[in-house]
Design a binder for this molecule. Structure first.
Ligand code: SF4
Length: 490
């Protein structure tokens, strides 16, 4: 039977055998409903059209307004990656069978078995990650972790080297656009001009892989040239080096062009061959086989209502300058303007600007977590509902009240100053919490704590920050100042 392949199921593993008939659908309604980053719309359409071209006569490729219009014969489909698409295929009379997912290392059943087996213990990422390493025999020496230790965070996650503006590495692998990209660009321009769609962010040369061949090139380039430096600087930020040593493979992974197991095996091979240190390799495997799989599994486990959680009653609307990635004219805080500007330029910034600049801003200013989930989903080339839900609701916004994290990811300017080169040229001072040059993150941190002091009163990990708040002599003035600043562009 023909296999309907969704736009994030584009790798060969989504077909049962090489010649299987396939159906690919490009739905304009999906792009017209919401304001995606221009480069994300481009990447997704380019990847679908490239796959259709590769499959040739083997595939029917329909460009329709909606998915429903495209289904004219019975099909099978691999479980889609969102609650809404999952519900759609299960209700549709032309879908004969929904097959279990095949693009991740953890099935729903495997995660349920692990989670149920823990009784009342928290679903700790660290435990899940170790279980996945054992189950898939990744970086293992028999029953022991390679090198005798599971977690090399102490060696990783260092500040950037001093006095440099880049890590001076070969950049990530970069594709060459072709005639399919040209056609995508022309279509997007036309649809936008006709008012059928609206985008955020800059158009730009496509930098993320759109085909399996491109994705493999990007993987091998990363493992060879960048993996060795990944670990130490995975959390560091430099204004002049947005990629640092990150793989930038998440868009290809999330399009289904690469399987996570082949990625971690490639990284492990480099380590075994002596081309990459263990700490970097472990840090990278932790991101792919640990964190990414964890948020994927939690998406299904926590259910669609998880997005409604709002433990801190954060209800502010996302301000226009933030939503529009309008950083240059309006934002003076250098960390925020650099990160928002980078997002506008590329549709991507790495995990620490996401969590500790953008997410931290949302948490401190009380932005609506549900709005932020949607914003991250639309604004990032690798954003999908399943990726962003747990990352935003659980991790960055504390909206689930502590199911995922043990303390909120709020930090003042001192953290950003330590982990980046942003603060030196900023008009604010990361050490100041009061006055015209008070850092909006430092002052915002105290404002956030003051606003939520009651909520965190019983959390022993927050005892020290709350004691610090009580010792501040000028807390009332700082809180008043930050109320006044609100969500005006800092
Ligand atoms: Fe950001 Fe504050 Fe540093 Fe400026 S001083 S870059 S606002 S953390």
């Amino acid at each position: 039977m023909r296999r309907w392949i969704f736009g994030d199921q584009l790798g060969p593993h989504y077909l049962d055998e090489p010649g299987q008939p396939a159906l690919l659908v490009e739905s304009r309604a999906v792009l017209g409903r919401r304001r995606f980053h221009r480069q994300k719309a481009h990447l997704v359409l380019s990847a679908i059209r490239h796959r259709a071209a590769e499959l040739g006569d083997q595939a029917i490729f329909r460009q329709t307004a909606t998915y429903g219009e495209a289904l004219e014969e019975p099909v099978t489909v691999t479980q889609p990656t969102s609650f809404s698409a999952d519900g759609f295929v299960r209700r549709h009379p032309m879908v004969a069978e929904v097959l279990p997912d095949r693009g991740y290392a953890t099935s729903r059943e495997e995660f349920a078995t692990w989670a149920d087996g823990r009784g009342k213990r928290r679903l700790l990422l660290e435990d899940f990650y170790r279980e996945n390493r054992r189950r898939h025999e990744v970086l293992m020496d028999g029953v022991d972790p390679a090198g005798g230790t599971w977690n090399l965070d102490a060696e990783n996650r260092q500040p950037p080297p001093r006095g440099v503006s880049t890590l001076d590495l070969p950049g990530p692998w970069w594709p060459e656009e072709d005639e399919i990209d040209a056609a995508v660009r022309a279509d997007l321009d036309r649809w936008e001009a006709a008012g059928e769609m609206e985008f955020v962010g800059d158009d730009g040369p496509r930098w993320a892989p759109a085909t399996r061949t491109e994705a493999l090139s990007a993987l091998h380039h990363f493992v060879r040239h960048r993996l060795p430096t990944f670990g130490p600087y995975e959390d560091a930020m430099l204004a002049g080096d947005p990629w640092m040593a990150h793989s930038a493979l998440s868009p290809a992974m999330n399009l289904g062009l690469l399987h996570p197991i082949e990625i971690v095996r490639a990284a492990e091979e480099a380590y075994r061959a002596g081309h990459a240190p263990l700490a970097s390799t472990e840090g990278f495997v932790r991101q792919v086989l640990g964190w990414r799989e964890y948020v994927w599994a939690l998406y299904w486990r926590l259910g669609p209502d998880y997005r409604k959680r709002n433990a801190l009653q954060a209800r502010r609307k996302i301000p226009d300058w933030f939503r529009d990635l309008d950083a240059d004219k309006t934002v003076e805080a250098r960390c925020l303007s650099t990160v928002l500007g980078g997002l506008r330029e590329r549709g991507w910034v790495h995990h620490i600007p996401r969590l500790m600049v953008l997410g931290n801003y949302g948490l401190q200013r009380g932005l609506s977590p549900a709005e932020l989930v949607e914003w991250f989903h639309l604004s990032f080339v690798d954003g999908y509902d399943w990726v962003m839900l747990a990352n935003v609701i659980g991790m960055s916004q504390w909206a689930d009240g502590g199911i995922m994290a043990t303390k909120p990811y709020s930090a003042g300017g001192a953290y950003i100053d330590r982990m980046s080169d942003f603060c030196g040229d900023c008009r604010y001072d990361p050490k100041k919490r009061l006055g015209p040059d008070a850092c909006p993150f430092t002052a915002g941190y105290w404002g956030f704590l003051d606003r939520n002091a009651e909520h965190f009163a019983g959390n022993h990990r927050m005892a020290q920050p709350l004691a610090g708040l009580r010792r501040l002599s000028d807390v009332d003035a700082v809180v008043a100042q930050e109320k006044e600043r609100g969500t005006n562009a800092p």
